[in-house]
Design a protein around this ligand. Structure first.
Ligand code: TPS
Length: 224
């Protein structure tokens, strides 16, 4: 468990979780993030991955810039799959997938105070992640996604219901093809919030997209 945040705070952070790197943005990443923050995102993950991803100094420089934007608005900042980078920019946490460094190693390296998120595709992976120190799970892809090259087949919101039925109570965010239009069914299946790349990064108006997403999630949680 991350020392700095309790489970209730983490659930609140997961309501509208935006993920992005330079590859996901048609324009300036910092401008997209600035607008997403204005629209009310509750958590941000810097994910510099895929074809054309920045390396070295450019990667560190963009991480620093986005980290600064988040800090100025008190939006917690997570780094995807790069512990050194997370430590270098004083991130609030790290997110890793099943093919990345094992969660137990990551927990050892980041200590108890930083958030650890782990991707899980079923109850077995979810249980192991929690045992190894995950504070929250990213479950998906729920729907078809064009933002992850090695994504598995869409599992539908039912995968979250099955994980809940297995007795797993940690904070969960659904991910993969989620929009303001289908976010409610993900929350009804048992998620605390939703995580998106393209629904915000490719929106003509990222602020409006973020705000609509947050609204849809809050309404669904209120009605649950
Ligand atoms: C919290 N992941 C699964 S599907 C996907 C990603 C990046 C693409 C979504 O894009 N859970 C968390 N962070 C992660 N990085 C993953 C899972 C892995 P779109 O919303 O455009 O479909």
């Amino acid at each position: 468990m991350a020392g700095s945040f309790n489970a209730e705070q983490i659930r609140e952070m997961l309501r509208a979780y935006f993920i992005m790197g330079s590859v996901n943005c048609p324009g300036q990443p910092a401008e997209v993030l600035r607008q997403a923050i204005a629209g009310g995102i509750t958590l941000f993950q810097y994910r510099e991955k895929g074809k054309g991803a920045l390396q070295g100094d450019a990667r560190l420089e963009l991480a620093r810039k986005l980290r600064r934007l988040c800090r100025a608005s008190s939006v917690p900042f997570i780094v995807n799959d790069d512990i050194e980078l997370a430590l270098a920019v004083d991130a609030d946490g790290v997110h890793v997938g099943q093919e990345d460094e094992p969660a137990s190693n990551v927990r050892r390296r980041i200590g108890p105070g930083m958030l650890l998120g782990v991707s899980a595709h079923d109850a077995e992976e979810a249980e192991r992640a929690v045992r190894e120190g995950a504070d929250y799970l990213g479950v998906g892809p729920i729907y078809a996604t064009g933002s992850k090259e090695d994504a598995k087949a869409p599992a539908g919101p039912e995968v979250i219901t099955r994980i809940r039925e297995a007795g797993i109570r940690v904070p969960i965010v659904g991910i993969g093809g989620i929009t303001a239009g289908n976010a409610a069914e993900v929350v009804r299946a048992g998620a605390d919030g939703v995580s998106v790349i393209s629904a915000i990064s490719l929106a003509a108006n990222p602020a409006a997209a973020a705000s609509e997403l947050l609204d849809a999630v809050r309404k669904a949680i209120f009605q649950r």
